[in-house]
Ligand binder design. Structure first.
Ligand code: MRU
Length: 345
């Protein structure tokens, strides 16, 4: 199952807002559809957003010449601005836009057709790299787990969130194939239920035993010694290792430390952001209040109530036991480790 794919010059993605009730694939050659899909979480998860943006850019450039006859560079700027406005926290999005801009600059003078072909090639490379990164993360992360491990995870860092097998969930599925996983406790993940709707769906399909819990049950699960590892994904990892991930990750890290359970963050190097020095500098997306005042379209809070709706929180690096990247498992101090893996080819 591929969350986002490039098929015969079109993008195909599964609409994650409908899961698990309906498995509907959308096929489009319209950058506006991609931008809307990212904004509304039909396509979600940092690496999948990056891959979708790469393909979305190509769609935007290939669409019939703009009526004002603007240059490819100007059309690129417009497309990048549109995609870059969708979600501010997942750094994969901005890393991809910068990388594609670099390709455009490198091929200047070759003509629009050839330039767009080069960009399409680069988008496919970005997709292939993410598939490989998921695989490596799975191998490296599984090696950290002992037989009989039960894991707690938050949100969805699985195949739905990447081009490949996921990050945190690639660790789980790889370790499961090695016979190491007893069961996975899945936080439902308020407010949009990525854990309940998406992670449980993915893990059950993989034949892994799932125990779904409310987010507030995690404290009891850790205190009762039911899990031996917490494994989550990331939307952006600052230069010092501070990590933004789905809101509710930070409390898990505090709880994991309190109960001496390792807290692992699994993420490809495309989620590292050496230009953001600490977690305080990570832009945190705020979502529409209706995501908290309503559940599945039904209002549960009184009219007029004020809300605070950050989509992500920041886990300070000192609460993270290891960062599992596709280029190696990083241990503190993270600033040196992050700089090191980014220097590797
Ligand atoms: O708001 P979402 O569903 O896009 O949030 C996703 C997460 O927080 C994931 O854990 C993160 O993007 C890593 S996905 C491999």
């Amino acid at each position: 199952m591929k969350a986002v794919d490039w098929i015969d010059g079109t993008v195909r993605f599964i609409d994650q807002t409908l899961l698990p009730a309906e498995e509907r694939f959308v096929i489009t050659n319209d950058i506006q559809v991609i931008a809307e899909a990212i904004r509304s979480l039909r396509i979600r998860g940092a690496p999948a957003i990056g891959v979708a943006a790469a393909f979305g850019l190509v769609l935007g450039l290939r669409s019939p010449d703009s009526p004002d006859g603007s240059s490819l560079a100007l059309r690129f700027d417009r497309a990048a601005r549109l995609l870059g406005s969708t979600r501010p926290t997942a750094v994969n999005l901005f890393n991809v836009l910068n990388r594609m801009r670099g390709v455009l600059q490198a091929v200047s003078g070759v003509g629009d057709r050839e330039a767009i072909q080069q960009l399409e090639r680069e988008a496919r490379v970005i997709q292939a790299e993410d598939i490989e990164a998921c695989h490596r993360i799975g191998e490296l992360g599984a090696a950290l787990l002992n037989a009989g491990t039960s894991v707690l995870t938050h949100c969805n860092a699985g195949a739905l969130a990447t081009a490949g097998d996921g990050t945190a969930l690639s660790v789980v599925t790889t370790a499961h194939r090695q016979g190491k996983i007893r069961q996975v406790y899945v936080d439902e993940t308020r407010p949009l239920f990525q854990g309940a709707r998406l992670t449980s769906w993915e893990l059950l399909r993989a034949g892994i035993e799932v125990v779904l819990i409310t987010d507030s049950t995690a404290a009891s699960v850790l205190r009762e010694g039911r899990v031996q590892a917490v494994i989550v994904g990331a939307d952006r990892i600052a230069a010092n290792g501070d990590t933004a991930n789905k809101v509710g990750t930070y409390p898990l890290a505090v709880l994991a430390q309190r109960h001496n359970v390792p807290m692992y963050v699994a993420a490809p190097v495309s989620t590292l952001d050496p230009h953001t020095l600490t977690g305080n500098d990570i832009p945190i997306e705020e979502r529409d209040p209706s995501e908290v005042t309503q559940v599945a379209g039904i209002r549960i809070a009184p009219e007029g109530v004020r809300t605070y709706t950050p989509a992500f929180d920041v886990t300070p690096h000192e609460l993270i036991s290891a960062i599992i990247t596709d280029r190696g498992v990083l241990r503190p101090p993270y600033d040196a480790g992050i700089a090191g893996v980014l220097r590797k080819p």
